[in-house]
Design a protein around this ligand. Structure first.
Ligand code: SF4
Length: 478
């Protein structure tokens, strides 16, 4: 295991990210030094000025020096890539996404595609040889990146997106790292919360007259609100959020145990055209193990009810790598969803977050889980093949830190059924208004993104609503 010295630059965090990927953790040594072990292989990461460019060199004992000239804005990425390549050789470990261990690998994929004059073969070669992706991930990355590009090319940079968040759930899933509050224990907060959000929408859009391209009500689990509060929230959002005529309107119904006929009827009346029913797995034993208090039968009932009521765009989510599930279980769950036939299916991979209950249960085995896992990788790839042959194609993709097997999350959709909100949100290229406790608003100015967040504290969010709204409106003033 290596000692990494760096000089000429101060990108400690970039190097640390790569060391964490391979070794789980690292220590800071004396001066500009990071240590991940004690057998003393020395790696030098150096940056030298070279005209208008920088030259990055990474030397490793017993291995070839890697060097590359790069423009200043790209040197961080190159520093990471070079260290990744040295560690890959040193440890004989190959992560599926190679050195693209960030959240949005498709951004680098599309840059490569454009640099290679839209030559798909040359792009795949660059992704595999230079960025060190597996061939399978290079192809998936390119497929998803091209679908994202097509959607974004149809959007205008003035398009506005709205996220409205309800941070309550009917109990906490063991893998959850979100600030989801128990809707049963916090019953008295639910009505005022819905009313505060409506007030927020009213105040924000009284001061901002821009049509909204997509509205997404997510959480948490919005359907964990009582019927009356849920109805008022939907009505308020419809009244105050100026959704464009061709705008997309999604309600994340989420946990099947909260999806009743009344809730679905309310969503229909509010005109939402897309809903999410998220089983995560179709295995009852796993559902119990991960603390989701619903059954596969409830998922199927919720789906059938939604179809009866006329919903023609239903998304369903699965998670690969759930605790206690062997990788083949993902495919059994997927086959059940394919039989139901929702318009889009998102295949996530379990992210191992420190703040989840899982991480506290068994830290060392969970850390090991973020290393490459051949069987899990093969199951996720097979899931993609089954989806493509059923007519669902990748349309957006992102990665999370500390994800099982170093894998990814991919949205698959039938033709014309991609979720525009998901693509726009993930791109960081469009303005987003966040409504609700903890919601983040983003203002995009060229390559710069300015953000403001609502308070995560429920009481604070309610009491400081005028001030929070004012701050948000200021962000959007030109
Ligand atoms: S439903 Fe989602 S937000 Fe709610 S506890 Fe489960 S994982 Fe967290």
């Amino acid at each position: 295991m290596p000692i990494v010295r760096y000089n000429g630059h101060n990108e400690k965090e970039a190097l640390a990210e790569v060391l964490r990927l391979f070794y789980g953790s690292f220590e800071s040594g004396s001066g500009q030094e990071l240590i991940a072990g004690d057998d003393g292989v020395m790696i030098n990461s150096r940056l030298l000025p070279a005209n208008d460019m920088f030259e990055i060199l990474t030397e490793c004992e017993q291995q070839q020096t890697i060097s590359h000239q790069i423009t200043p804005e790209k040197f961080r990425r190159e520093i990471k890539r070079q260290l990744y390549c040295q560690l890959e050789l040193l440890t004989d470990t190959h992560f599926p996404w190679g050195s693209l261990n960030g959240v949005r690998p498709t951004q680098i994929v599309i840059e490569s595609y454009m640099r290679n004059k839209k030559d798909e073969k040359a792009t795949i070669v660059e992704l595999v040889d230079y960025w060190r992706l597996s061939t399978e991930k290079a192809k998936l990355g390119l497929e998803a990146a091209l679908a994202e590009k097509l959607i974004m090319d149809g959007l205008s940079s003035d398009d506005l997106f709205v996220y409205a968040g309800v941070p309550f759930c009917p109990g906490r899933c063991s893998y959850c790292s979100f600030i989801a509050r128990d809707a049963h224990r916090m019953e008295k907060w639910l009505d005022p919360y819905a009313d505060t959000m409506v007030e927020e929408a009213k105040l924000v859009f009284a001061g901002l007259s821009r049509p909204v391209k997509a509205l997404y009500l997510g959480g948490g689990t919005p359907t964990s609100l009582p019927d009356s509060a849920f109805a008022r929230l939907l009505e308020g959002l419809v009244r105050y959020v100026p959704l464009a005529e061709d705008g997309e309107w999604t309600v994340e119904a989420g946990r099947p145990d909260t999806i009743t006929k009344t809730k679905l009827e309310l969503i229909r009346q509010a005109g939402a055209d897309r809903i999410c029913i998220n089983p995560q797995t179709m295995n009852d034993a796993t559902l119990e193990r991960i603390g989701r208090r619903h059954t596969t039968a409830q998922t199927i009932t919720a789906f059938e009810k939604a179809r009866e009521l006329g919903f023609r765009h239903i998304n369903m989510d699965l998670i690969a790598g759930l605790p206690g599930e062997d990788p083949a279980e993902l495919l059994r769950s997927l086959d059940k969803l394919i039989a139901l036939g929702p318009e889009s299916i998102t295949v996530h991979t379990l992210a191992l977050k420190r703040s989840s209950d899982l991480q506290q249960l068994d830290t060392s085995s969970l850390k090991a889980a973020s290393r490459p896992q051949a069987e899990l990788s093969a199951a996720v790839e097979e899931a993609g093949r089954r989806l493509r042959s059923g007519g669902w194609n990748p349309y957006y993709l992102y990665r999370q830190k500390d994800v099982a097997g170093g894998l990814e999350n991919t949205g698959f959709a039938k033709a014309e059924k991609a979720c525009i909100y998901n693509v726009a949100m993930m791109s960081d290229r469009f303005d987003v208004i966040g409504l609700g406790s903890g919601a983040v608003s983003k203002k995009v100015e060229g390559t710069r993104v300015r953000r403001t967040s609502n308070s995560k504290d429920l009481l604070d969010y309610q009491q400081r609503l005028p001030e929070l709204t004012e701050r948000k409106l200021k962000l959007f003033q030109v």
